[in-house]
Design a protein around this ligand. Structure first.
Ligand SMILES: NC(=O)c1ccc[n+]([C@@H]2O[C@H](COP(=O)([O-])OP(=O)(O)OC[C@H]3O[C@@H](n4cnc5c(N)ncnc54)[C@H](O)[C@@H]3O)[C@@H](O)[C@H]2O)c1
Length: 378
């Protein structure tokens, strides 16, 4: 399991640009693929050589975004792209249920890989990729999971303060995401659990990853309550009503005693902050208000009610697309791992744990019981 070891990763410092050119291929050029393209265009010594998407409007939007870039080839089948481009790096930004098949081929082709979250829709599929990485001697490949909330500026500041010991030994991690309903996606893939892995895998893997990173421990059990109460109930696709839950509470117990709580609501767009993170240690408390870009730090030794509010500046030069600049920083860190030949900061194992907690939470909701994470780790 990864842990907070390299402070620089969480410090809001983008690594120096390296002059070796990295060639990229993008598989899936919908919303997230386009965000990657927009960021990569801005990063020096980075060249996009291929894009693949079977959906014509998605491929066309990539063409428009790349109209000033020479030498890009376009494909509708990812295998053709892998055979016909000399990419060093592949970015997978396709629907969740396609990840395992495409990642398998990309890894076998020997490319470095940045794969969007969630790694896969199930623990079993995540384990398939981990076995491939370990059994095929693919250790020199960087395989990085796009759990980019680690790189949002306020989150990065929180991680840094925790690592510095500002709040002492972490005991409780509470994350609230109160947001708008799921957006429309190509062929409506995100309306059904079978394609996404379920909301607590698809959406909440980000937050379970943060919990694991902050707790520095393995999740052991999960209790959850949730349902689909408001959203998408009047929609039908081929006669089927979406089955994705839109609100939940999830409690996660970690091996070292740290407790995590996720409060998810996807019909709460009338909110100041989309995400609020609160972490309490034995010496104090730190909070991040992501939309406000504010971090509050309170130290118990300073007395009742005392806290300091720190506005977090986001460098506008690096904010390309959504996610408060996190995608850009993620790419810079990914590139430094590729160029320096080091391990991914967010590897397959991190992807696995974040999916495992989500999967366990869904079972907990369905069966109304506490679920041991070992039950889903086959
Ligand atoms: N990092 C984040 O915060 C974040 C945010 C949104 C989405 N995502 C993830 O990004 C991925 C894509 O989501 P999206 O929002 O861009 O969806 P989208 O529907 O906008 O785009 C997906 C694209 O993949 C294409 N596609 C489907 N099968 C393909 C295949 N076999 N080969 C090539 N292309 C294929 C589709 O035609 C579509 O254009 C998902 O895994 C999603 O969970 C991550």
């Amino acid at each position: 399991m990864s842990h907070i070891s390299r402070l620089a990763i969480y410090d809001w410092v983008v690594p120096a640009v390296d002059d070796r050119i990295l060639k990229y291929a993008i598989i899936g050029s919908g919303m997230m693929g386009l965000e990657h393209i927009r960021n990569l265009i801005e990063i020096p010594n980075t060249q996009i050589v291929g894009v693949c998407d079977p959906h014509t409007p998605s491929l066309e939007q990539a063409r428009r975004a790349l109209n000033r870039v020479e030498g890009v080839r376009y494909f509708t089948d990812f295998r053709d792209l892998l055979t016909n481009t000399l990419a060093d790096v592949v970015v997978i930004a396709t629907p969740n249920n396609t990840h395992v098949e495409i990642a398998t081929e990309v890894m076998r082709a020997g490319k470095h890989l940045l794969i969007e979250k969630p790694l896969c829709t199930s623990v079993t599929d995540c384990q398939t990729l981990i076995s491939l990485q370990t059994s095929h001697g693919l250790a020199n490949q960087v395989v990085w999971v796009g759990l980019e909330y680690r790189y949002m500026a306020p989150t990065a500041r929180v991680l840094l303060e925790i690592e510095k010991g500002t709040i002492g030994s972490v005991k409780m991690i509470s994350i609230r995401e109160h947001q708008y309903p799921f957006l429309e996606k190509v062929n409506d893939w995100n309306r059904f659990n079978i394609n996404t892995g379920g909301t607590l895998v698809e959406k909440c893997c980000h937050f379970f990853d943060l919990m694991c990173l902050i707790a520095k421990s393995r999740p052991v059990s999960v209790m959850a309550s949730g349902s689909q109460d408001v959203n998408h109930l009047d929609e039908k696709y081929d006669g089927n009503i979406p089955d994705i839950l839109d609100n939940a509470y999830v409690i996660v117990n970690f091996e070292n005693g740290v407790r995590g709580l996720l409060d998810l609501c996807m019909f709460a767009e009338a909110s100041k902050n989309e995400q609020e993170i609160s972490i309490v240690g034995d010496k104090g408390k730190i909070e991040a208000m992501i939309s406000e870009s504010v971090v509050r730090v309170g130290k118990r030794k300073d007395g009742y009610g005392s806290y300091q509010e720190v506005p977090i500046e986001i460098d506008q030069n690096i904010v390309k697309g959504y996610h408060h600049g996190a995608s850009y920083t993620e790419h810079m860190q990914f590139q430094s791992a590729v160029r320096d030949g080091r391990e991914a900061d967010v590897g397959l194992q991190d992807g696995l744990w974040s999916v495992a907690i989500g999967q366990a939470a869904h079972i907990s909701i369905d069966e109304m019981r506490l679920v041991h994470v070992s039950e889903v780790m086959l």
